[in-house]
Design a protein around this ligand. Sequence first.
Ligand code: URP
Ligand code: ZN
Ligand code: ZN
Length: 484
Amino acid sequence: MSKVIKNGTIVTADRTYKGDVKIDDGVITEIGDNLSGDETLDATGCYVMPGGIDPHTHLEMPFMGTYSTDDFESGTRAALAGGTTMVVDFALPSPDQSLLEAISMWDNKSTRANCDYSFHMAITWWGEQVFDEMETIVKEKGINTFKHFMAYKGALMVDDDEMYSSFQRCAELGALPLVHAENGDVVAQLQAKLLAEGNNGPEAHAFSRPPEVEGEATNRAIMIADMAGVPLYVVHTSSEQAHEAIRRARQNGIRVYGEPLIQHLTLDDSEYANADWDHAARRVMSPPFRNKKHQDSLWAGLQSGSLQVVATDHCAFTTEQKRSGLGDFTKIPNGTGGLEDRMPMLWTHGVNTGRLTMNEFVAVTSTNIAKILNTYPKKGAILVGADADIVVWDPTREKTIGADSQQSAIDYNVFEGKHVKGLPRYTLTRGHVAIEEDVIKTREGHGEFVKREPYQAVNKALSSWKEVTAPRKVERTGIPASGV
Ligand code: URP
Ligand code: ZN
Ligand code: ZN
């Protein structure tokens, strides 16, 4: 059964043009005028764009003594409802656990996915086994990205020694390292100090993670990656200090990518001053929400290209789960949702305000991500042969975001009350119409794992630093008599 999306305007990362899109067997088979097929989807007045890709989610993730509540079923349903057709989740081995074991756990959970997905592998400890298994992960499992937590001391954090070793291994394997960049040692000290002074509410979470801990760690990770000879992807870039480190490195020819979240772009730190403990705790995530100055910096980064993608870090906990941190903010599970709201919020606050063009919107929500994660043009493209992961975007549809009408399984929404204009008319996942305006037609288990090949060209053109300081033995003629 073929389908044709008719009468729409196709918007990609580099073009805007009129055309119909024909789909057969889950892929785009033709783009042109006056196409016909077994079924017609009317896109009059709409933009036909590559479905969104969220490069950063945590579905049913064991974390801080509990599991994030949205699983691969509710999480991907929420994604599709908001126009996102692929998620990349983090497989997280516990300390000493085999990477391969972690993958099979994530394989089991993801069988319920409604849309396609891939995994990043987290490096949470280091040893010969991890070194060896990284090769299998890249060459056999189709995962070419490894995440390193520089924070969460005593749990997920790795030190510089481990990170440098892992980055070098990534360079050998043609893989891309990712970092959660916060100085975990400093955070731990600040947390202890705040608690000792009686600051135990959710607002103290933000005080314990100032922008400086992020800026320092971002710069450190960039320098370590450069020394290891590998590009770097910095997840949830939230502050000017981190952005500045990325910007400076890029100007010096270092290949580094920055990923702001829709939460950091549109919500600010005044949320933590809310008198309602639940309200503030529901917004506890790392890095925390920042002030307007940082938000302006992130928007400018997207506009100028120094930041490349927008994600959610979707890691949703219920109010009840958040309450395990009553009396001690360090025990509030870190994480917020956003999968359903990323595209409408970014369109509303980016495209409708004139900050981003429609083509830039497609780039930062889909195409850049597909390219950086090495799955373009299977994903992130409206091209013949690409997967029919498509959103038919109606710029006139509006709603007010609210937990009462969301797909996510949690009991609140951090964007509650925000008005958005620009929503999907249809969302297609490999040709299947999963969303038709407010009607949910998702199919549990429809989602498939997307294998991603290793990168062919790692950062062989290293910074000039390498030229100058590469070790070279000096042949000496005049050796002092006492010399050995
Ligand atoms: O607070 C956050 N971001 N929770 C999810 C885990 C992580 O750090 O990405
Ligand atoms: Zn993180
Ligand atoms: Zn995360």
